[in-house]
Design a protein around this ligand. Structure first.
Ligand SMILES: [Zn+2]
Length: 77
């Protein structure tokens, strides 16, 4: 199961449609972050971004997440 979690305040977005929409907006957010001279940490800004300044990062539950972490580590070598 995939969900979006804010890396600051921890608010969660678990609705599949919301996640799909967020992923479609990822490129826009990355461009926005780059324009500010920063690197986007997440896919989209948190719904409470003004208060918490956090970004929504994609979290995949359980075993899929572990596999993905391993893949990422392998790819970095
Ligand atoms: Zn937040």
């Amino acid at each position: 199961m995939k969900k979006l979690v804010c890396d600051r305040c921890g608010v969660e977005l678990t609705d599949k449609d919301d996640i799909d929409i967020a992923c479609e907006g990822q490129a826009v957010w990355e461009a926005t972050a780059r324009a500010r001279g920063a690197e986007a940490r997440g896919i989209i800004p948190c719904t409470h971004f003004i208060r918490c300044g956090g970004e929504m990062v994609l979290v995949v539950d359980s075993k899929i997440a572990q596999c993905w972490q391993r893949l990422k580590r392998t790819a970095r070598r």
